[in-house]
Design a protein. Structure first.
Length: 109
């Protein structure tokens, strides 16, 4: 199943981050129990620092309700948006590595 990187959330986003990190687990359930960089700063924070992802608050009224955070990484044009700083940053990371659309496993629909 193909999904836009800008729409990735929850386990699908965490799985995509794992793919970018080279963590190809044989059991998807094992991955999802241990890996939550889109909600866990202890996991997502080091990626933000290592990749030098820039975070910013969106001050425009049209963004603040659904996407109050923006993220940008060198080498990827444009900003990614998200409802939290971690989601915006992880979407940015995935987009920079895998592109604007990602093929995710059917189990993650």
């Amino acid at each position: 199943m193909t999904i836009k990187t800008s729409e990735l959330t929850g386990p699908a986003l965490d799985w995509a981050v794992a793919e970018c990190e080279g963590n190809k687990y044989s059991k998807l359930t094992h991955l999802l129990e241990l890996w939550e960089p889109s909600t866990d700063w202890a996991q997502g924070g080091p990626i933000i620092e290592r990749e030098r992802i820039r975070l910013d608050c969106a001050w425009s009224d049209r963004w603040t309700a659904q996407h109050p955070y923006n993220a940008k990484i060198d080498g990827y044009t444009g900003w990614t948006k998200g409802p939290t700083a971690l989601i915006a940053a992880m979407r940015c990371f995935v987009a920079s590595k895998l592109g604007d659309e990602v093929e995710i496993p059917e189990e993650l629909k």
